[in-house]
Design a protein around this ligand. Sequence first.
Ligand SMILES: [Fe+2]
Length: 156
Amino acid sequence: MSSKAPTRRDFLGALGAASATVAIPQWLWGCVSEAEFQGRNQQWEAQAAQIEADGLYTFGNPGPWEGKEAVHVPLVSLNEGQGTVTVTVEHVMEADHYIPLVYIRNQNGFIIGLREFSADEPAAIVDFPLPAGTTSVTAFAFCNLHNNWVNEPSGV
Ligand SMILES: [Fe+2]
């Protein structure tokens, strides 16, 4: 038995004609890097999908919450040279009305940062490190009374 590790060509060759029906890992498709794929957190995605299904509002589309945009739409600022963004939600943090969740998605729609808050925290402000290759960040903030809100994507 050869100790030489098989090459990618060996692997693909061994698959032969059947390769057309073999599921290729998403990180090999070319549009998503391996690091990015592995960084995708399935628990975060499931959590976000659940709250996004109940409504997703913006400055331009506040749904039933017109007039409440400014305190719900998250603000994103890039921290130059630090590789992080700060997300701020200018919302009250009270026992019966607060921001339990803030998260960000990258240019491919993957969640690259998520932070849960409790009502007794002073503010819904969080710094997220940006994985290499991040070119855009979209921030989401969930209010326990007023659903989920999203900002416009920010180039980083
Ligand atoms: Fe609210």
